[in-house]
Design a protein around this ligand. Structure first.
Ligand SMILES: C[S@@+](CC[C@H](N)C(=O)[O-])C[C@H]1O[C@@H](n2cnc3c(N)ncnc32)[C@H](O)[C@@H]1O
Length: 209
């Protein structure tokens, strides 16, 4: 675990170029926190999943191809067409896509898995507590959360409209969940724009039965 997105993530405070990011992500494998959460579920049959900030849809498609029903959210108007690419009719029949901002999300339905890869940090800090409360409320007993939060040493810390949490805050957010994996990356790395310091928490947690 610990791979960061190597796309077109701009440094500084200019708006994110999501279409360029999606281009750079095309063809990669599903992210390891999701793959590992699915492995940890063992033989439990697939159920209802939510993918928050699904982007070009690699993880949504992975879930659909594994038999899940997926409710995928993204604010970007270009995401839906990309998510649907290459899916068979039966898989498309288990997909619902909603173009929505985290800040305006309706209540989330009960889910067996909530996945949010490198996406929740892009929620406005004022709206993040409500978004996180919605995620916690959506987790059925025994359901899994997999995804990332960013820490305050990240080069993007302080960007308008993004939220960051130190380790103590992350642990508080996860209180009451069984933490199966909490990997903290706090190190120099790369983005397409050049060197970037990443401070990322990779999380796999389960709501107790
Ligand atoms: C870094 S990408 C991650 C995409 C994918 N989950 C992945 O792991 O590659 C972040 C995604 O969050 C979406 N996003 C950014 N801000 C958002 C917001 N406020 N509400 C909903 N989606 C947002 C972007 O459109 C983008 O697709």
């Amino acid at each position: 675990m610990g791979a960061e997105p190597t796309g077109s993530e701009p440094a500084g405070s200019e708006p994110m170029d999501w279409p360029a990011y999606y281009d750079a992500q095309a063809g990669r494998s599903a992210r390891s926190v999701l793959v590992e959460a699915l492995r940890l579920r063992g033989a439990t049959p697939p159920g209802a999943a939510i993918d928050l900030g699904c982007g070009e849809g690699t993880e949504t498609r992975h879930l659909l191809r594994s038999g899940w029903r997926v409710l995928a959210f993204d604010a970007d108007p270009g995401a839906e067409d990309l998510v649907r690419q290459g899916l068979h009719p039966a898989e498309l029949g288990r997909l619902a896509f909603r173009q929505a901002r985290f800040e305006d999300l309706p209540g989330l339905p009960p889910a067996d898995l909530v996945y949010a890869g490198f996406a929740l940090p892009f929620c406005d800090p004022a709206a993040f507590p409500g978004l996180w409360a919605g995620i916690r409320a959506a987790l059925k007993p025994g359901a899994w959360f997999a995804g990332e939060l960013f820490g305050p040493h990240d080069d993007w810390a302080g960007r308008a409209g993004m939220n960051f949490h130190d380790r103590a805050e992350v642990e508080l957010l996860l209180a009451g969940l069984e933490i199966h994996s909490l990997v903290e990356d706090d190190r120099p790395g790369q983005s397409a724009m050049g060197p970037k310091h990443w401070h990322v928490f990779h999380i796999i947690a389960r709501n107790p039965l």
